[in-house]
Ligand binder design. Sequence first.
Ligand code: SAH
Ligand code: SF4
Ligand code: F3S
Length: 446
Amino acid sequence: MPDESRPLSETYYIRTFGCQMNVHDSERMAGLMAEAGYRSVDDPSLASVILVNTCTVRDKADQKALSDLGRLRQHKKENGSVVLAVTGCMAEREQENLHRIMPEIDLIAGPSQVRNLVPMLTDVKNRQKVLLGREYGLPEMTTPPAQRGPGVTALVTVQEGCDKACAYCVVPRTRGPERSRPVAAIADEVRELVAAGYREVTLLGQNVNGYGKNAAGGASFGDLLRAVDAVEGLRRIRFTTSHPSDMDSGMLSAMRECPKVMPHLHLPLQSGSDALLSRMDRGYSLDHYRGWIERLREAVPQVALTTDLIVGFCGETEEDFEATLRAVDEFQFDGAFCFIYSPRPGTPAHRWADTPPREISVSRFRRLEERLDSLIVGKNQRQIGEVQEILVERVDHSLGRVSGRSPQFRHVRGFGKGSRPLPEPGEIVPVAIRSCTKAGLEGEIL
Ligand code: SAH
Ligand code: SF4
Ligand code: F3S
């Protein structure tokens, strides 16, 4: 219930960096703020509470948040009553440092403290606390549908944290150990979302297909997909991110048999070289990955496969890099996020001295992107002449077109024909594909 005693002048602004986990944490914080009677504003200079939800996965993420905080800190100096709070993964990892270099910040708290946001803000006003510790409970708190992003598709956390220990990665240090929510709680949340008008959910976890491995009750990720598939009124289910070591046949049969589960798997490979995979401590070989892709394509022939790739990791030779290029050719990815390795304090690889020179990594990154671009443009071109069913997310009446995603997660713009009214958000409509770019497909609504 809104707190009636809180004056209407109490406003908040949230800035979000990082992955979908962070986007969803911001939605949760928005839900808590609204419940406590705060009103959302879209300009930080109008806010009485400014929340900066940070990411720290690569150095660039740190730099973005720090430069933003630099500006906000100035604003805070000029407007003493504003509360400036830093949340998210950088806040977790850099608590003491942030406090030291930017003493104006009122509150620094990691992702595990999201649920305590409102009491924390009260403490801040009473000047009791600045730095908050960790509290790794079950991620049970959900966001009221009204506080989520607008649209027809919603994020649903099914698992938090990560139990893997990839040598380069900071996430286990910022989001704690893996915890899975009970199936019934997830299904209830999805039902609530459908009742509020959402038509698609994306199930979120750092290793989403490792769902349930640490939970009592024994439900696996395949069981979870089946339970969500049974929710009436829901049209589409997506999930991210899966880990090659957590693949199992139950997940593949659920993907094949559940009509709402979309034919798309995001499965980060990271490198095509076994030597590098082993140094990264990924826990699988290229051959293991290959085996699962064969099984996946057999089970779900229409499936799209996307991935994450890192270049310039410690010890990467030209041969290792070429193995990654060969893997791109072999697996024919439908999309990929490519990154240049960024050393992260506190991770095992941070101490290793054999990172390739920066200019070599940059040139490998470009070569990799070129290879992927031509692969993806070619794949999109082969869609011309096909019909794709898209879930309409946005409608632009002035341009006479809608946009949404195909089952394989391709961006599609569909133009209306003549005087026929455009479909509404949430409808699934067929679009005849006539042209494409690297970014997506375009065509005519049938
Ligand atoms: N849990 C997911 C992804 C987590 S982070 C998984 O394991 O796949 C998203 C991506 O960022 C990773 O897949 C990896 O490709 C990239 N990444 C993580 N740490 C990195 C680092 N230190 N430098 C460069 N890229 C990194
Ligand atoms: Fe990071 Fe590896 Fe965990 Fe993914 S699986 S979050 S890359 S440690
Ligand atoms: Fe996500 Fe960045 Fe944290 S990628 S998990 S917000 S470090």
